[in-house]
Design a protein around this ligand. Structure first.
Ligand code: MG
Length: 254
């Protein structure tokens, strides 16, 4: 063995360094020791159940009144409240009085009976986290439209993975996990928005990355905005009903 010449090529070194860098960026790091009894336990939450929100949620609509909402341009909302639901009415959408950022959002809706109109004109409304990023509400039960505009689409960006729509008049649910974008002080985009949607309990959007706010016919780029903004519901002129709306604000994991 004595006298063996060891030669390490520059290419090998470069490859080694690149591999180490890629490994270091691919590894998740947990700052706690495994099974550490000092690690804080999560808060206890009553999970609620049918028609009942989890105990740590903010209930935005409990079927009784619109006290947490205003009309989209301000002032009293015109939407009807009856029999435990609210129904799109008047000219404007609804906006929450409070602002929200990253969140888990539960919304139940029913499209009108009979299902009148075609395509985008049948049971159209929408859920807008931060008032900017629309998860489409539409009667997509046997109603063809463009894929990125059907129920549970991120409007104009992502069709849902499946069409899990129920017929007109039946109550349906969206469970939405929304992570908003982040901007530097100078307005530079630091992080894009990501959305997951379960439609009637079925995965419809799997952590999709938004290109910016949703819009009709265009995909506008991100424009800097605060970390929290009001949530809104769209008035598209169709008497869509909503009930049992609640939201849980999300914090970054420890
Ligand atoms: Mg819509």
């Amino acid at each position: 063995m004595a006298g063996r010449t060891r030669y390490t090529s520059p290419l090998f070194l470069v490859t080694l360094v690149l591999t180490l860098i890629s490994l270091s960026t691919a590894q998740a790091v947990i700052r706690w020791k495994i099974h550490d009894m000092e690690r804080p336990v999560p808060p206890v939450v009553d999970p609620g159940g049918l028609g009942r929100a989890p105990s740590d949620a903010v209930v935005l609509f409990d079927g009784k009144d619109l006290s947490r909402w205003t009309a989209e341009k301000g002032g009293a909302p015109e939407w009807k409240v009856a029999n435990g639901y609210m129904e799109v009415a008047g000219k404007e959408g609804l906006t929450t009085k409070a602002s929200f950022g990253d969140c888990q959002l539960h919304v139940e809706f029913a499209t009108p009976v009979p299902g009148e109109g075609e395509g985008q004109h049948r049971g159209n409304s929408g859920v807008f986290p931060m008032g900017l990023y629309e998860i489409q509400v539409l009667d997509s039960y046997q109603n063809r439209t463009y894929a990125d505009g059907q129920a549970a689409a991120l409007y104009g960006q992502y069709p849902p993975l499946v069409n899990a729509s129920r017929p007109p008049g039946e109550w349906q649910s969206y469970d939405i996990i929304f992570h908003g974008p982040r901007f530097a002080a100078d307005g530079k985009l630091l992080r894009t928005a990501h959305v997951t949607v379960l439609h009637n309990g079925v995965l419809a959007q799997d952590n999709v990355e938004l290109t910016g706010p949703t819009a009709n016919g265009v995909r506008p780029p991100y424009k800097a905005h605060p970390e929290k903004l009001p949530l809104s519901l769209q008035n598209h002129g169709n008497p869509v009903r909503y009930r049992n709306i609640w939201i849980r604000e999300l914090k970054d994991a420890d």
